[in-house]
Design a protein around this ligand. Structure first.
Ligand SMILES: Cc1cc2nc3c(=O)[nH]c(=O)nc-3n(C[C@H](O)[C@H](O)[C@H](O)COP(=O)(O)O)c2cc1C
Length: 185
């Protein structure tokens, strides 16, 4: 079967679901799920996050140049997806969805407490890529929760990340599940 080329990105699945934290110029905290997230360079350590220009996360990164990639375990899938709903400026979505946060080690955007993995990043540059902007972020600090380390290496079973497949289909612990999306009307 031929697949529509504008939907071809869906065939690059599953993608790791992350929650990106940013702040605005008044240090107001924001969080949004993103799965267009990819490693791009070992050394220096650079990642790419591809964002639609209309969202607050993009605006905050433009203003402050910093973001944190948080990887939360499967039990927080509902909270992660609730952060995709739009709220007025000044509302901290983490408070609304019931996630906690604490200060990062280098950047202003906070880390989410419930996450197992945190990458603190500084935006180096951006490139317009069609209807998205690819943000190139240098990783300034990376930390994993001690409990997810087994024999000196990250134990992915303990990380229990959520993977996004298509629309409301997600994979957790190698099982495909459906979960309501809050960014759809
Ligand atoms: C599973 C999932 C993955 C998403 N991935 C991205 C992404 O990679 N890039 C993006 O710009 N938006 C992505 N979004 C949409 C944003 O999270 C959504 O537009 C959100 O409202 C942005 O919030 P903000 O305006 O507070 O930044 C995704 C949403 C969901 C539910």
């Amino acid at each position: 079967m031929r697949y529509p080329i504008t939907q071809a990105y869906r065939l690059l699945s599953p993608r790791l679901l992350t929650l990106i934290t940013t702040v605005n110029l008044k240090n107001g905290i924001n969080a949004a799920p993103a799965d267009f997230v990819s490693p791009a360079s070992f050394n220096p350590p650079i990642v790419i996050v591809s964002l639609t220009p209309g969202i607050r996360t993009y605006k905050n990164i433009k203003e402050t140049n910093e973001f944190v990639i948080n990887i939360l375990p499967r039990q927080y899938l509902d909270q992660i997806l609730r952060c995709a709903a739009r709220y007025p400026e000044g509302i901290n979505k983490l408070e609304i969805v019931g996630l906690k946060w604490y200060s990062s080690s280098i950047v202003k955007p906070p880390r989410i407490k419930e996450a197992n993995i945190w990458l603190e990043c500084r935006a180096l540059e951006e490139k317009r890529v069609g209807d998205h902007f690819a943000i190139f972020g240098e990783v300034l600090a990376a930390e994993v929760r001690d409990e997810i380390i087994k024999e000196g290496e990250v134990d992915l079973a303990k990380v229990s990340p959520v993977l996004h497949l298509i629309k409301d289909n997600f994979a957790v612990d190698y099982k495909i599940i459906k979960h309501k999306r809050y960014d759809y009307k």
